[in-house]
Design a protein around this ligand. Structure first.
Ligand code: ZN
Length: 153
C-alpha cells in the first residue's frame, strides 16, 4: 500500500495488509481531522481489516473526525460486513457497480453520499448515465446489501 498526502487528504492505494500499518495514520491527522481518499485501494485482507478497525477505534478515542472519500468497492464490502470498520467515520463519496442494458458496459461509478443521502437511506440507487452511450444505467448489486453501511449509523 502507498499513502501520499494530497492537500488536506491522504491518498491510499494498492493492497491493505499487515504491512500497511493503517492504524499509524491516526498520527497524521491535522486539526482533529483525518481525511482518507480510498479510490486506489484494490484489496484488503483480514489483517488489513483488523488494522482499519484499530485506526477507527484510535481516532474515536482521540476525538479525531475521520472522513472517507471516494471509497472503492472492496472497502465498501468491508464496511457492510463489519460495522466496526466504519467506526464514526463520515463516508463522503464511494464507488458502486452499475451496468448499461443498452450497450453492456459495466462501470464502477462515484456516488456523492451527501448529495444523495436521503435517497441512499431509502436504499434507492442514484440514477447514473452510461459514459459510453448515455443511456440510463442500472445498479448492479443488491441495494439493501451494498448501501447497508449508510443505514446503520
Ligand atoms: Zn451504455
Amino acid at each position: 500500500m502507498t499513502s501520499q498526502a494530497d492537500g488536506d487528504q491522504i491518498v491510499l492505494a494498492g493492497s491493505i495488509d499487515e504491512t500497511a500499518k493503517l492504524a499509524d495514520l491516526v498520527h497524521r491527522a491535522t486539526a482533529g481531522r483525518l481525511v482518507l481518499d480510498l479510490s486506489g485501494v484494490t484489496f484488503i485482507n483480514s489483517l488489513g481489516v483488523r488494522d482499519l478497525i484499530r485506526l477507527q477505534a484510535a481516532a474515536q478515542q482521540a476525538r479525531i473526525a475521520v472522513e472517507l472519500r471516494r471509497v472503492s468497492e472492496p472497502i465498501v464490502h468491508q464496511l457492510n460486513m463489519i460495522i466496526a470498520t466504519r467506526g464514526n467515520a463520515t463516508v463522503v463519496s464511494f464507488f458502486a457497480p452499475y451496468a448499461c442494458d443498452a450497450c453492456g458496459r459495466e462501470e464502477s461509478l462515484l456516488i456523492d453520499a451527501l448529495a444523495y443521502g436521503k435517497q441512499l437511506a431509502r436504499l434507492e440507487p442514484p440514477p447514473m448515465k452510461c459514459p459510453e452511450c448515455g443511456a440510463q444505467m442500472a445498479f448492479n448489486d443488491f441495494p439493501e446489501r451494498y448501501f447497508s453501511f449508510l443505514t446503520n449509523s
